[in-house]
Design a protein around this ligand. Sequence first.
Ligand SMILES: [Zn+2]
Length: 363
Amino acid sequence: MKQAIFSISGILGVDRLFAYLNRNRPVVLVFHGVTAEKPGHFCNHEGMHLYRPIFERLMEFIANRYHPVSLSSIVDWLEGRAVLPSRAVAVTFDDGYRNVLTEAAPVLARLDIPATLFVATDFVFRREALWPDRITSALYLTKQKQLSLDTNGGAENVPLRDEGERIAAEHRLRSLLKNVPDDERRTMLEEIVASLGVDDVEATSAWPDHAPITPEELPRLFEHGVDVGSHTCTHAIVSRMREPQMEFELAESRRLIERATGRPCTLFSYPNGSPADFNARTRDAVIKAGYRGAVTTIKSEVAAMQDRFEIPRCTLTHNHITLSEFAAEVSGLPRFLRRAKARVTGGPALPRGGSWQLDGDWV
Ligand SMILES: [Zn+2]
């Protein structure tokens, strides 16, 4: 239904009208990875990693219809130190997957589109798999037909007999682990992986596109016009960190990136990035750590008065995306419709998660 609306809006030129109306409000896009592998692998069932030909089509659209700019030039604009072209769009990637260098960067360089890669430094520098990827890999590899979970609500048996049940189990485990404190999450994760009977070394290589970029490869990103920012060390949610951990992760991730690249690291991306994941306290810490700007996953265009430490970003990355859906998203049309609906129904214009984020709400 939504796709039909957007393809009709494309035919009628409504997205062009919205792109024009929003021409002075830049848009920041967030992606995670780009893969050479056709969609269909269990480990990429949500399409977090876009199939390269699809990514290439979306980027060609941006190069033809918009003005690609770097995220740091949007920060300069918010600081009042620079002007931006109309219809400015910035491209960003979260987490630090290696395929951003091997698959995305050549496309971006060919089209002259600058980008920023935000890396979680434990993932890149210590090769520690991101915890949602570990769950996915373990569910992909396990021979078990069910998983016994011990939760606060009591014992729970999660069936794992087919792909549908494994995907449901993945959602269940992610939401369970996302809502527990960091150290508890680590313990639970180890228990889950162990009870699924999966060898950890095997799990980290279950899907090659889950591999992180190496520290030695980070400087090569600059050759393709890709800047490097911080996404913390552990990918833990900053608003839930205590002061010492928060200060350490903001400073240490920055230090490691600067040492590896030889360039200043001035941009930060909040893990998860929804309204509950940052606040005045985290904003102060980000400033104190020396960053010049920070991005969230609040889905909106960037207004001239926007706080540069809470820059919104739009995400619509899955392998079923159509060009008309993407065109509508970048133009601001769906956000206008949501705001209009909220005015009529009295509901929130920006829901606190779910429909406006990626399918798996993991960013
Ligand atoms: Zn992330």
